[in-house]
Design a protein around this ligand. Structure first.
Ligand code: URA
Length: 204
Protein backbone atom coordinates (compact mmCIF):
# COMPACT_ATOMS: atom_id res chain seq x y z
CA UNK A 1 0.00 0.00 0.00
CA UNK A 2 1.30 3.40 -1.01
CA UNK A 3 -0.02 5.14 2.11
CA UNK A 4 1.75 2.70 4.43
CA UNK A 5 5.01 2.92 2.50
CA UNK A 6 4.88 6.73 2.64
CA UNK A 7 4.13 6.64 6.36
CA UNK A 8 7.13 4.37 7.00
CA UNK A 9 9.36 6.71 4.99
CA UNK A 10 7.96 9.71 6.86
CA UNK A 11 8.83 8.13 10.18
CA UNK A 12 12.44 7.79 9.04
CA UNK A 13 12.57 11.34 7.67
CA UNK A 14 11.03 12.75 10.86
CA UNK A 15 14.15 11.80 12.85
CA UNK A 16 16.68 12.43 10.07
CA UNK A 17 20.03 13.96 11.03
CA UNK A 18 21.82 13.54 7.70
CA UNK A 19 22.56 17.24 7.25
CA UNK A 20 23.03 20.43 9.23
CA UNK A 21 19.43 21.58 8.66
CA UNK A 22 18.37 19.01 11.23
CA UNK A 23 20.05 21.15 13.90
CA UNK A 24 17.86 24.19 13.28
CA UNK A 25 14.52 22.84 12.07
CA UNK A 26 11.35 22.99 14.12
CA UNK A 27 9.57 20.30 12.10
CA UNK A 28 10.48 18.08 9.20
CA UNK A 29 8.23 18.88 6.24
CA UNK A 30 7.88 15.49 4.62
CA UNK A 31 5.15 16.37 2.11
CA UNK A 32 1.42 15.76 2.04
CA UNK A 33 -1.46 14.79 -0.14
CA UNK A 34 -3.02 11.78 -1.77
CA UNK A 35 -0.65 8.78 -1.83
CA UNK A 36 -2.47 7.68 -5.00
CA UNK A 37 -2.13 11.13 -6.62
CA UNK A 38 -1.87 11.41 -10.38
CA UNK A 39 -0.08 14.72 -9.98
CA UNK A 40 2.98 15.51 -7.87
CA UNK A 41 4.24 19.06 -7.29
CA UNK A 42 7.85 19.45 -6.18
CA UNK A 43 9.07 22.66 -4.56
CA UNK A 44 12.36 23.73 -3.09
CA UNK A 45 12.24 23.59 0.67
CA UNK A 46 10.18 24.70 3.65
CA UNK A 47 9.93 28.35 4.66
CA UNK A 48 9.00 29.78 8.05
CA UNK A 49 5.34 28.72 8.09
CA UNK A 50 6.16 25.28 6.77
CA UNK A 51 8.87 24.77 9.40
CA UNK A 52 6.42 25.70 12.15
CA UNK A 53 3.49 23.64 10.91
CA UNK A 54 5.33 20.70 9.34
CA UNK A 55 3.22 21.14 6.17
CA UNK A 56 4.46 22.07 2.68
CA UNK A 57 3.37 25.25 0.91
CA UNK A 58 1.25 26.86 3.62
CA UNK A 59 2.81 30.36 3.55
CA UNK A 60 2.31 33.07 0.90
CA UNK A 61 3.67 30.93 -1.94
CA UNK A 62 1.51 28.09 -0.70
CA UNK A 63 -1.61 30.24 -0.83
CA UNK A 64 -0.91 30.96 -4.48
CA UNK A 65 -0.18 27.31 -5.27
CA UNK A 66 -3.36 26.23 -3.47
CA UNK A 67 -5.41 28.78 -5.45
CA UNK A 68 -3.93 27.49 -8.69
CA UNK A 69 -4.77 23.90 -7.78
CA UNK A 70 -8.24 24.51 -6.40
CA UNK A 71 -9.61 27.52 -8.26
CA UNK A 72 -7.86 27.18 -11.60
CA UNK A 73 -7.28 23.44 -12.00
CA UNK A 74 -10.51 22.82 -10.10
CA UNK A 75 -9.38 19.91 -7.90
CA UNK A 76 -9.00 19.73 -4.10
CA UNK A 77 -5.45 20.29 -2.89
CA UNK A 78 -5.77 17.01 -1.00
CA UNK A 79 -6.18 15.12 -4.29
CA UNK A 80 -2.63 15.89 -5.45
CA UNK A 81 0.68 15.35 -3.63
CA UNK A 82 3.01 18.20 -2.66
CA UNK A 83 6.65 17.68 -1.68
CA UNK A 84 9.99 19.49 -1.64
CA UNK A 85 13.59 18.52 -2.33
CA UNK A 86 14.66 19.71 1.11
CA UNK A 87 12.51 18.51 3.98
CA UNK A 88 13.97 20.96 6.51
CA UNK A 89 14.07 24.75 6.24
CA UNK A 90 17.29 26.09 4.67
CA UNK A 91 18.21 29.56 5.90
CA UNK A 92 21.19 31.85 5.48
CA UNK A 93 23.85 31.16 8.12
CA UNK A 94 21.33 28.76 9.69
CA UNK A 95 19.84 31.74 11.53
CA UNK A 96 16.24 30.78 10.69
CA UNK A 97 15.61 34.29 9.39
CA UNK A 98 16.18 34.51 5.65
CA UNK A 99 15.30 31.55 3.45
CA UNK A 100 17.70 30.24 0.84
CA UNK A 101 17.80 27.37 -1.64
CA UNK A 102 19.19 24.08 -0.29
CA UNK A 103 22.93 23.73 -0.94
CA UNK A 104 24.41 20.75 -2.83
CA UNK A 105 25.29 18.89 0.40
CA UNK A 106 21.73 19.26 1.67
CA UNK A 107 20.26 18.18 -1.66
CA UNK A 108 22.53 15.13 -1.70
CA UNK A 109 21.49 14.19 1.84
CA UNK A 110 17.78 14.82 1.44
CA UNK A 111 16.90 14.00 -2.17
CA UNK A 112 16.75 10.21 -1.62
CA UNK A 113 13.56 10.85 0.36
CA UNK A 114 12.02 12.65 -2.60
CA UNK A 115 13.12 9.95 -5.03
CA UNK A 116 11.52 7.32 -2.81
CA UNK A 117 8.33 9.38 -2.64
CA UNK A 118 8.21 9.43 -6.45
CA UNK A 119 8.91 5.70 -6.52
CA UNK A 120 6.06 4.98 -4.13
CA UNK A 121 3.47 7.41 -5.53
CA UNK A 122 4.24 6.73 -9.21
CA UNK A 123 2.42 9.90 -10.32
CA UNK A 124 1.30 10.25 -13.92
CA UNK A 125 2.75 13.75 -14.11
CA UNK A 126 5.28 15.73 -12.07
CA UNK A 127 5.35 19.54 -11.94
CA UNK A 128 8.66 20.98 -10.78
CA UNK A 129 8.32 24.44 -9.26
CA UNK A 130 11.33 26.65 -9.91
CA UNK A 131 15.01 26.08 -10.49
CA UNK A 132 16.23 23.77 -7.69
CA UNK A 133 13.69 20.97 -8.19
CA UNK A 134 13.83 21.25 -11.98
CA UNK A 135 17.62 21.16 -12.14
CA UNK A 136 17.79 18.30 -9.68
CA UNK A 137 15.17 16.06 -11.26
CA UNK A 138 16.15 16.69 -14.87
CA UNK A 139 19.90 16.68 -14.13
CA UNK A 140 20.38 19.90 -16.06
CA UNK A 141 22.10 23.22 -15.55
CA UNK A 142 19.61 25.03 -17.79
CA UNK A 143 17.44 27.60 -16.04
CA UNK A 144 13.70 27.54 -15.49
CA UNK A 145 13.02 30.34 -17.99
CA UNK A 146 14.36 28.13 -20.73
CA UNK A 147 12.84 24.89 -19.47
CA UNK A 148 9.35 25.94 -18.39
CA UNK A 149 6.39 24.97 -20.47
CA UNK A 150 8.22 22.17 -22.26
CA UNK A 151 7.62 18.52 -21.39
CA UNK A 152 10.62 16.67 -19.99
CA UNK A 153 11.00 13.18 -18.57
CA UNK A 154 12.02 11.57 -15.31
CA UNK A 155 12.29 7.77 -15.52
CA UNK A 156 9.34 7.60 -17.90
CA UNK A 157 7.19 10.10 -15.95
CA UNK A 158 6.33 13.29 -17.85
CA UNK A 159 7.71 16.37 -16.07
CA UNK A 160 6.41 19.90 -16.59
CA UNK A 161 8.77 22.54 -15.19
CA UNK A 162 7.18 25.85 -14.29
CA UNK A 163 7.95 28.95 -12.24
CA UNK A 164 7.94 28.74 -8.45
CA UNK A 165 4.95 30.54 -6.87
CA UNK A 166 7.37 32.78 -4.92
CA UNK A 167 8.83 33.92 -8.24
CA UNK A 168 5.32 34.70 -9.47
CA UNK A 169 4.68 36.77 -6.33
CA UNK A 170 7.96 38.65 -6.78
CA UNK A 171 7.12 39.37 -10.42
CA UNK A 172 3.66 40.83 -10.31
CA UNK A 173 1.61 38.03 -8.75
CA UNK A 174 -1.92 37.40 -9.92
CA UNK A 175 -2.66 38.90 -13.34
CA UNK A 176 1.01 39.07 -14.25
CA UNK A 177 2.60 37.63 -17.38
CA UNK A 178 4.47 35.13 -15.21
CA UNK A 179 1.23 33.91 -13.67
CA UNK A 180 -0.24 33.50 -17.14
CA UNK A 181 2.81 31.42 -18.09
CA UNK A 182 2.29 29.16 -15.07
CA UNK A 183 -1.37 28.75 -15.92
CA UNK A 184 -0.52 27.85 -19.52
CA UNK A 185 1.91 25.21 -18.21
CA UNK A 186 -0.76 23.80 -15.90
CA UNK A 187 -3.24 23.64 -18.78
CA UNK A 188 -0.78 21.34 -20.55
CA UNK A 189 -0.63 19.23 -17.41
CA UNK A 190 -4.42 19.00 -17.27
CA UNK A 191 -4.56 18.02 -20.89
CA UNK A 192 -2.02 15.24 -20.30
CA UNK A 193 -4.05 14.00 -17.31
CA UNK A 194 -7.35 14.32 -19.16
CA UNK A 195 -8.62 16.76 -16.54
CA UNK A 196 -11.14 19.25 -17.87
CA UNK A 197 -10.73 22.88 -16.74
CA UNK A 198 -13.85 23.65 -14.69
CA UNK A 199 -13.51 27.39 -14.94
CA UNK A 200 -12.38 29.67 -17.68
CA UNK A 201 -9.49 31.64 -16.24
CA UNK A 202 -8.22 34.81 -17.78
CA UNK A 203 -5.60 36.39 -15.59
CA UNK A 204 -5.55 39.69 -17.45
N1 URA B 1 8.48 27.06 -0.96
C1 URA B 1 8.79 25.78 -1.29
O1 URA B 1 9.51 25.54 -2.22
N2 URA B 1 8.26 24.83 -0.55
C2 URA B 1 7.44 25.05 0.45
O2 URA B 1 6.99 24.09 1.06
C3 URA B 1 7.11 26.38 0.75
C4 URA B 1 7.65 27.37 0.04
Amino acid sequence: MKAEKLEKLKQIADVCTKCKLSTTRTKVVFGEGNPEAELLFIGEGPGRQEDITGRPFVGKAGELLTRLIEKAMGVPRSSVYIANIAKCRPTEDLKMEKDRAPDPEEVAACSPYLLQQIEIIQPKVIVTLGNPSTKFLLKTQDGITKLRGVWADYNGIPVMPTYHPSYVIRNGGENSKVQQDVWNDLLKVMEKLNWKPKVKITWK
